[in-house]
Unconditional design. Structure first.
Ligand code: PLP
Length: 229
């Protein structure tokens, strides 16, 4: 397992370098978040030992024992949907919350972070594909939410996150990512230079995301292997 994970990470870096070459991007501008959901604490530790600095998890219940066991060996990102009643735990466990999609959720994050005297880095999740089963704020409501969340005291708003459409149609994938990049640029005009994270691209679509300006890819399967879901 250990060897597989290290080998997968090396192969992934190669593929990211190829995509950067093809689309005129700088590899230094792409951060890899290894999404270890449904994989063990040992697998997570192996990825960090192999050079990964950012780890993503999507469920509080699963992440709590795992992240507690391994200790703070990487920057921890919450990438899954977050319920208001789990925010207190999320603020204790994570450095970055990528799935902020309502003002109510953002206010609770700011409140809970304030109670423990912290500022938590957040991204706004946008539903750029328009698929109804997805979480995320609608594109037309995104910038209003960016403005409001940016005004909260214990949140450092640094960018946007999106999940690409569930399709093999490359045109469709790229146009959803391009729409998110346009919103990101407009958000940057509102917030300033510190708004510099565009989290898009997963195992199946990171090359398209890099083509459209992603600065952060969230990779599960290509690093850790397949999952139940
Ligand atoms: C699971 C997950 C990923 C990783 O997906 P893979 O297709 O396994 O790379 C990325 N982002 C989010 C939000 C996820 O839930």
């Amino acid at each position: 397992m250990k060897d597989d994970i290290s080998r997968n990470i090396r192969a992934l870096y190669g593929q990211i370098a190829d995509a950067c070459e093809a689309y005129n991007r700088d590899t230094d501008d792409i951060t890899v978040v290894a999404v270890s959901k449904q994989h063990s604490a040992a697998a997570l530790k192996t990825a960090v030992a192999a050079g990964i600095h950012n780890i993503g998890e999507s469920r509080i219940q699963e992440a709590e024992p795992k992240l507690t066991e391994v200790g703070h060996i990487a920057t921890f990102h919450m990438v899954g949907h977050l319920q208001t009643n789990k925010v207190k735990k999320a603020v204790q466990l994570f450095d970055v919350i990528q799935s902020v999609d309502s003002l109510k959720l953002a206010e609770e994050i700011s409140h809970q972070a304030g109670l423990v005297d912290r500022t938590i880095e957040c991204l706004i999740e946008v539903n750029c594909s328009g698929e109804s089963q997805k979480y995320g704020v609608a594109p037309e409501a995104c910038l209003e939410l960016v403005k409001k969340v940016n005004g909260l005291p214990h949140i450092e708003l640094t960018g946007l996150m999106t999940i690409g459409p569930f399709t093999d149609d490359e045109e469709q994938v790229r146009s959803a990512f391009a729409a998110c990049r346009d919103l990101f640029k407009q958000g940057q005009d509102l917030v300033g230079r510190e708004f510099d994270v565009l989290s898009m691209g997963m195992s199946d679509d990171f090359a398209e995301a890099i083509a459209e300006g992603s600065t952060m890819v969230r990779i599960g399967t290509s690093i850790f292997g397949s999952r139940e879901d």
